[in-house]
Design a protein around this ligand. Sequence first.
Ligand code: HEM
Length: 410
Amino acid sequence: MSAIRPVAEEFSAYLADNVGADPYPVFGRMREEAPVVWIEPLGAWVLTRWDDITAMLEDGERFGPLMNRPGTSSIFGRAILQMSGDEHRRKDAILAKRLRSPRHLGATIEEIVSGLVHEYGEQLPVAPEVADLRTGLTEPVPLGAIAELMDMGKAGSFRTWYNDIVAAGTSNIRQDPVVHAKGEAARDELFEFVTPSIEERRTCPGDELLSDLCSMEYEGERLSDDEVRSFTAFLLSAGIETTDRALANLVKHLILAPEQWRRLKADPSLASSAATEILRFRPPVQAVVRMANQDIEMGQTVVPAESKLMGFVASANHDPGRFDDPEVFDVGRFEGVERPNYTPIGPVRAFGAGPHTCTGSLLAKLEMERTLEYLLDRFDRFEFAGDVPPDTGIVLRSPVALDVVLHPAA
Ligand code: HEM
């Protein structure tokens, strides 16, 4: 009889060899056997249960931001995720004024997103040719949306800055110094591009997000020049790869579960529910990071002050205490549940919880829904061009490439 491997060891093996691996069985074991556990390769206490992760995210007093370590904020400086308390509330309100406003979402932002989905969708090659859906659709839609929202569409290097900054951020889990240096160089170029227009936008703001960051005051508080620059770099990191990977996961699982695709074809009004379900079933952001501000007792464990914690929201989303049949991908699971999905009280943890809940969740939702609706309208079915593309990544996870054959609707 073979001995059962200790759960921390099994999880570490997944971290070391994560390409194509399925972490959900080991998440299940961790929730049962070791819900708060030190994982050496991550240098972090790992949490896997819905309740523990929610408690950590909601308690900004005992669990603070993790500052200035490679692979975190050090690449773009002090942005919104590194702020807390009153300062955070005021400065997040500046971002939220545009990103969460029904007026902007229903008009300009809707127009930008729908325009991008059609522009890139129409260029996709169809059967018998192979379409690279990540570079052809799931990346350029959120990338174009951020570029437009920030009035940076004219910056020729926008895509390169984005790629290098993102690679050096949370994805640089192995802290590769070459990747980090490249990210810093891209950030410096981005800062050089933004700096000259800050003063101008402060005095003569336009109707876009970068002008909001420069000119808006909330309860008498304005962002400093450094903060405008850091927020800009942070938005590149937070607002593109997340949605790109969420869409890649959605397409992948609709190909793997053709009956779910057919259900959506028969009833496209399920698009919103399907977007929420993929964010539960395979969230692109698997884990969120915090630092213990003091010694913290969690169950049987005391997490020492100043240690790093990682809450695997991917595991929380599969907590059987929270969801029936959590391992089943069901596009109708959230039928009829609208906006609450994307607020702190919502039923999935893909966007975090508590004060730092994703400010861009409504934009992400719009991008996901419009893209899915387009695919449903335009195509009968799709299939992988080769083998099933494996999921890759620890903090962010999805297939890296998505080569598909698209069959247009008659
Ligand atoms: C499917 C797509 C997305 C996912 C899964 C996602 C996920 C998350 C998560 C988990 C957090 C919380 C991080 C933490 O607590 O440490 C977060 C924060 C944030 N996200 Fe998103 N995000 C997405 C799209 C976007 C978009 C499109 C934008 C903006 C354009 C955006 C802007 C932000 C901002 C500004 C924060 C920081 C909020 C704060 O500190 O108060 N995100 N996101």
